[in-house]
Design a protein around this ligand. Sequence first.
Ligand SMILES: [Zn+2]
Length: 436
Amino acid sequence: MVFYTPGRTTSYPEKEIENGIQFHFLGGAQEVGNVACIIEDNTQTRILIDYGLSPGDPPTYPQESPPVDAAIITHAHLDHIGMVPWITASHNCPLHATHLTAALADMMWQDTYKISKIEGYPLPWDKRDIEDADLSWETHSFGVKQNIGEWEWKLLQAGHVPGAAMIHIKTPTKQILWSGDIDTRNTPNVSGAIPTETDILVLEGTYGGREHPNRLEEEMRFVEKVKEVVNRGGLVIVPAFASGRGQDILRILHKNVPSLNVHYDGMGKRVTRHWMNHSEFIHDAKEWDKIWPWVRKVGSKSDRKKALSADVIVTTSGMLKGGPVLWYLNRVKDDPKSAVLITGYQAEDTGGKMLLETGKIPIYGDIVEIQCEVDRFQLSNHAGHSALVDFAKKSKAKDVILFHLPEEAIEPLKEAIEENGQIVHVPENGKSFIIE
Ligand SMILES: [Zn+2]
């Protein structure tokens, strides 16, 4: 058994539950990332929802999970699945998710393992643990009822990214709706989450207190900027996450400017193939039969050189921290006609954040000044503030538990949901609480 970094290990407070549902966040309460929560009641049923990590420098992990009957995984982003190999290695429990999330998970773990070796950070699991995790999946479509002990549960569409699920649980006494990461809007590749009535809603709050610009207007602003750069003879570089944003960009460009010459590089290519194999999770999946042959896949170094004469390159990493994007940026950095269009969240200590703030970026060990135009677009796949408040209201939950949110989001979101007449709980990591 692999133990965590000293100081992070906790012993789980084992105690008898008389009534109600007990929640115990191992991570992800009052923070974005590291999501992990134990839910149990007096029927002796105990599940874990998500087991993520935050890939910072150094990465952080949730607290150690006790043995559970099963783990249900909402989606294949690292802050929700990054530590799952530890769970199966330690507790040998089944893993539940949608077919697509399970297919993507192995790739995410292999990539995390590789990066941990390159960057020299410790991971509490190793390569063999990935194999165990791969063999532990029980996969599902949306809406199909399952049982764990006396609980009945099902996965529901969460919006966010294809395959991402909300979890609806019926215990003998309460209904629980776990939102996972949600988007209630229809975005290019996935339809939005629809609230279901419940007693207890566990709601993410990434964008609490903040509103998004109108989604379609922002997409059109992006398209217009791409046209402007191409018309003046520049190359557009779009750094994009492998799982979701890159494919959204491809779909937007294919729909609006099919005459463009668009190249696609990085891990997103493999992600997209999984999407196409699990088309039930993709909005209007047939579109991809047209988009995929249209976009030029970059697979080799010579492809990469050819891509420099394209109109647009969509590539990882989305936060300009490693990945092919740095190779491209290094080639065009002195060209003021070209542009870097940032379309996603940029964490602290990433190249993308530094580029936005200083116009410079570390490439292969040097801090390099970027002469290209840099612009930013809000194409988030999380619900904004009003959408979260409205979702809570429509769920008719008596109790709303907020998680997966930055500190500044807590008060505005709590106040607004309380105005719905709902009781709002803001849990702390490592502390159990019961809702009766
Ligand atoms: Zn996510």
